[in-house]
Design a protein around this ligand. Structure first.
Ligand SMILES: [Fe+2]
Length: 399
């Protein structure tokens, strides 16, 4: 079996059917499994190599234990993406290391079995907001998801999303070094350069009216203590896990980061980058299904550098503007001719929940390892513009 570091991401929402339908009806995901227990209703949706679990908690308090069930709400009782489930090689060791650096053990190592084999798991809190990690050892399991879930293979034609490109956490100013240290200690993750000029100690600092700092980390292929992965030689290997940490610069609060912290009730998982091999047809198809994307400022498409980048990459400027797709040709690496054909295409959805919290990003990479450094300013501005529009119009939800 082809192991991935990231097994699935779980959302806990008030209306599970609605969010599960968003994935299946609008994003092209397939319903892979379901479960209805005394604690919750759950929908497992998948697209090629990405899997989400949508959990709708039942209101009545239940004492019963249900395998793989744990809910971690933010301080505010709002919909939240709270569980980053990981496959690990040494379950006991990773569980213990997380506890040693302050992770709270919500569920000890336990074995669950069905006709497809055994899965062992534990659940431990992370050091960032309400994010928890279900740690999984599936080495003795042949089923497609997890025991106790009813598997329903309803592949819905073409699944346009391939895998999860990255997860982005938001935290308070100054907290990101501690978060990175925590993951380095527990999972052997390492800092990842968002562009060749980035100072790893400082991260990517974006001033100019944005006031944001990004730090990125990815897996470290440590057979003894790290996350399972198959190709450590390639930094953009789809089986690896990349986590971006975003925080406001001290004294220069970023509006959209603050909006997340306020809406969510503290740090947590703000957005997920989903990879596609053809972002143009993907966005076109999703737009027809009424997925609402953030609209970049029109000035972005008037910028001669961006126009050149779009054309050099072989795309049509008007199509990009109509769809709202952004391009980053890794401007910081332009001096290197080997990198001149490398680019990143990206676009962001509006928030999925009632609050201005979680959203999705679509990403198409052609050789680019960065996260659109050249686009961050434009994107942040578009997000802030959108926030003002939403605030003024009181329109909050697009699904
Ligand atoms: Fe992102």
């Amino acid at each position: 079996m082809h192991l991935s570091a990231l097994h699935h991401v779980e959302l806990c929402v008030a209306n599970g059917k609605k969010i599960a339908s968003y994935f299946t009806e609008k994003l092209g995901y397939s319903l892979r499994a379901q479960r209805d227990t005394v604690l919750s209703k759950q929908w497992v949706v998948g697209s090629q190599k990405s899997t989400f679990v949508v959990t709708e908690k039942k209101k009545q308090f239940q004492q019963e234990h249900v395998p793989f069930s744990y809910f971690s709400a933010p301080l505010r009782q709002v919909d939240s993406v709270f569980n980053v489930a990981l496959e690990v090689k040494n379950l006991e060791s990773v569980t213990e290391r997380m506890q040693n650096v302050g992770g709270k053990l919500f569920h000890p190592v336990t074995e669950v079995e069905d006709q497809s084999g055994k899965v062992r798991y534990s659940i431990v809190s992370s050091c960032c907001g309400n994010i928890v990690h279900t740690l999984l050892d599936k080495s003795q399991y042949k089923g497609s998801f997890l025991p106790t879930f009813d598997e329903t293979f309803t592949i819905r034609g073409e699944e346009k999303i391939t895998h999860i490109d990255h997860l982005t956490y938001v935290c308070h100013p100054g907290e990101s070094p501690g978060i990175i240290q925590w993951y380095q200690s527990c999972l052997g993750m390492q800092k990842f350069k968002t562009n060749p000029t980035e100072d790893l100690k400082e991260g990517l600092v974006i001033k100019d009216g944005v006031g944001m700092r990004l730090r990125v980390m990815d897996y470290w292929p440590c057979a003894e203590s790290g996350i399972c992965n198959s190709d450590p030689s390639n930094g953009m290997d789809e089986t690896s896990l990349k986590i971006v940490i975003a925080e406001s610069l001290l004294g220069k609060e970023n509006l959209h980061i603050n909006a997340f912290l306020d809406g969510h009730g503290g740090p947590g998982l703000q957005h997920i980058g989903l990879s596609t091999l053809d972002i143009t047809s993907c966005v076109d198809s999703m737009s027809r299904k009424k997925v609402s994307f953030r609209t970049p400022p029109a000035a972005y498409y008037r910028n001669k550098w961006k126009r050149n980048e779009i054309e050099a990459a072989g795309y049509d400027i008007n199509t990009f503007q109509q769809l709202g797709i952004l391009i980053d040709s890794e401007a910081d690496t332009r001096a290197n001719k080997d990198n001149q054909d490398k680019f990143l295409l990206q676009i962001f959805t509006l928030p999925l929940f009632k609050e201005e919290t979680f959203f999705l990003e679509l990403v198409q990479r052609k050789g680019a390892r960065g996260f659109g450094a050249g686009n961050v300013t434009a994107l942040a501005r578009s997000i802030e513009e959108e926030r003002q529009v939403l605030k003024n119009s009181n329109a909050v939800c697009n699904i």
